[in-house]
Design a protein around this ligand. Structure first.
Ligand SMILES: NC(=O)c1ccc[n+]([C@@H]2O[C@H](COP(=O)([O-])OP(=O)(O)OC[C@H]3O[C@@H](n4cnc5c(N)ncnc54)[C@H](O)[C@@H]3O)[C@@H](O)[C@H]2O)c1
Length: 248
C-alpha cells in the first residue's frame, strides 16, 4: 500500500517511540518525510531507518514559535508543499497534583499543547493548498481520568478540544483534523514511569493496560497513517481511542 506516494509529511517527535514508528510507516507507504525532534542523535537514527533519500531531519524544540517559524520557512523553500502534519512530540511526568511545580506545569503545557498549536498554526496555509490532513496525538488522559498527570491531562484535553475547533473551521475547505488517543504503548515514555511515592495503587488500573500487556508503537502508527490518508476522507474532528479497551 503506497497511500503517500508524492506526499510530503511532517512528523514531530520522530526521534523515538510512536513518532519513529510513524516515520517508518509513512516511509513504507511512499511518503517523503520531514522528521522533527528536539533530539538530534535519535532523529538521525530514525532517518537511517528510512528508504526515501529525499526525507529530511529538522532539529527543533516545537515550543519555540520563532524557531518553528524558521523551520516552516525552510520547508516551504525546500519542499514547496505539505500534505500531512502529524503531531506526535510530547512529554509526560507524574506528580501529586498539589505538588506540581509551576516550572513543570509550564514545560508540559508549552511542549504538548502550545507546541502542537504552533505546528498547526504554521502548517495550515500549506495544508489548505494541498487539501491535506492533520493528525494530533492526544491520549486517553484527555478522555478518561488519569491520576498524577494534571499538566499532561490538561495538555491532552487541550489538544483534543482545539483539534475539533480546527476540524470545524477548516473541514469544509478540505482539511481534515483528527486526534488519536493511545494508551499502553511500549515506548521510552511509558516504560518505568516515575510515580510519586506513597500512591494509592487502586488508581493504577485506570492508567494501566486491561490485559497487562503493552502494545507496540506500530499499532498507533497504522492508525495515524489511516487517519492521514484518503481512506479517512469522511472522518473529521474525532478522538480515536487506540487503547485496547482501557476506557471501555
Ligand atoms: N506511550 C504511550 O503509551 C502513550 C499513550 C498516550 C499518548 N502518548 C503520546 O504519544 C506521543 C509520543 O509518545 P511516545 O510514547 O512515543 O514517547 P517518547 O518519549 O518515546 O517520544 C517522544 C518524542 O518527543 C520528542 N520531544 C519531546 N519534547 C520535544 C520538543 N520540545 N520538541 C520536539 N520534540 C520533542 C522526544 O525527543 C521524543 O523523541 C506523546 O505525545 C505522548 O503523550 C503515548
Amino acid at each position: 500500500m503506497k497511500r503517500f506516494k508524492n506526499k510530503i509529511v511532517l512528523i514531530t517527535g520522530a526521534g523515538s517511540g510512536i513518532g519513529r514508528s510513524t516515520a517508518v510507516r509513512f516511509d513504507e507507504e511512499g511518503a517523503t518525510s520531514i522528521l522533527v525532534d528536539i533530539n538530534e542523535e535519535q532523529l538521525l537514527e530514525t532517518k537511517n531507518m528510512l528508504s526515501n533519500s529525499y526525507s529530511k531531519t529538522k532539529v527543533l524544540d516545537i515550543s519555540s514559535y520563532d524557531n518553528s517559524k524558521i523551520c516552516f520557512n525552510e520547508i516551504k523553500e525546500d519542499f514547496k508543499k505539505l500534505d500531512c502534519l502529524i503531531n506526535v512530540a510530547g512529554v509526560l511526568r507524574f506528580d501529586n497534583s498539589h505538588e506540581v511545580e509551576l516550572e513543570n506545569w509550564n514545560k508540559i503545557i508549552n511542549i504538548n499543547l502550545t507546541g502542537t498549536f504552533f505546528m498547526c498554526n504554521l502548517a495550515i496555509p500549506m495544508l489548505l493548498e494541498s487539501q491535506g490532513s492533520i493528525v494530533n496525538v492526544s491520549s486517553t488522559a484527555a478522555l478518561g481520568s488519569h491520576a498524577w498527570t494534571a499538566a499532561y491531562s490538561a495538555s491532552k484535553g487541550g489538544i483534543s478540544a482545539f483539534s475539533k475547533t480546527l476540524a470545524v473551521e477548516y473541514g469544509l475547505r478540505g482539511l481534515n483534523v483528527n486526534c488519536v488517543c493511545p494508551a499502553s504503548i511500549e515506548t521510552p515514555m511509558s516504560t518505568s514511569p516515575n510515580l510519586p511515592k506513597d500512591i494509592d495503587t487502586r488508581l493504577l488500573k485506570k492508567i494501566m493496560p486491561v490485559d497487562g500487556i503493552n502494545r507496540s508503537p506500530d499499532d498507533i502508527a497504522s492508525t495515524i497513517a489511516f487517519l492521514a490518508s484518503e481512506d479517512a476522507i469522511h472522518i473529521n474532528g474525532i478522538d480515536l481511542r487506540v487503547d485496547g479497551g482501557l476506557l471501555t
